[in-house]
Design a protein around this ligand. Structure first.
Ligand code: CA
Length: 227
């Protein structure tokens, strides 16, 4: 899943980005409201972490202007302790949730997961198909109850496929949701990751779950796709 982090405090931004990246998220960063709004409008994100106090354009203003477009990317706002006004104006501007600084990283991650889940219309934190179970919070993957070790990128691809199970996910969508802004979309790295992911998930199992639809994209399904 791909996150935009709009936060001007460099140390906090670095800390959050590092934590999210280690959890398999692709993260783009902006350090002021204008840059943040530009990226939020132009790129595709699964969630936006938005600080309220920002140079050039406040978080509240960024959210208002974003909501004035057709983008309804989930937004979690970071507010200062005790600033009830910030929370109210943040939610009024169209933010979906807020978190008061200072916060524990695990809480931010749990809130982001909840927002993403809601956005993909999922009710449970557990993503599963057939005998494959994925827990985005604990970052575990099991097939037939046996733990499978995935790299953060493999995990991110699998999570995206599962959030859209039985639907085709195009190569471009994989890139948009799993890699950050600096990704070279001409490279064949997606195919390489799909290959290793498929081996780890399907190789020793009779029922194949990950399917390639040539020229179209990928799908996770326990039924072979009809194309
Ligand atoms: Ca700030």
């Amino acid at each position: 899943m791909r996150i935009l982090l709009i936060e001007d405090e460099k140390r906090l931004s670095h800390y959050v980005k590092k934590g999210l990246t280690e959890s398999g998220f692709a993260v783009d960063t902006a350090y002021d409201g204008e840059d943040g709004l530009y990226l939020a409008k132009e790129e595709t994100y699964d969630a936006i972490i938005l600080d309220v106090m920002l140079p050039k354009l406040s978080g509240v203003e960024v959210c208002k202007q974003l909501r004035a477009t057709s983008k309804n990317t989930p937004v979690i706002m970071l507010t200062a302790r005790g600033e009830t006004e910030d929370k109210i104006s943040g939610l009024e501007s169209g933010a979906d949730d807020y978190l008061t600084k200072p916060f524990v990283f695990a809480e931010l991650k749990a809130r982001i997961n909840a927002l993403i889940r809601r956005n993909y219309h999922q009710t449970s934190n557990n993503l599963s198909i057939s005998d494959l179970e994925v827990d985005p919070l604990k970052h575990t993957v099991k097939r037939s109850k046996i733990l499978i070790k995935l790299t953060p990128k493999e995990f991110a691809i699998l999570e995206l496929l599962l959030r859209r199970k039985d639907e085709v996910v195009t190569r471009t969508q994989v890139i948009e949701h799993v890699w950050d802004y600096n990704f070279d979309s001409m490279s064949n790295v997606v195919d390489v990751f799909m290959g290793t992911l498929r081996k780890k998930i399907d190789r020793s199992h009779k029922i194949k779950l990950i399917h390639t639809l040539h020229g179209v994209g990928y799908m996770i399904s326990d039924k072979p796709p009809k194309v």
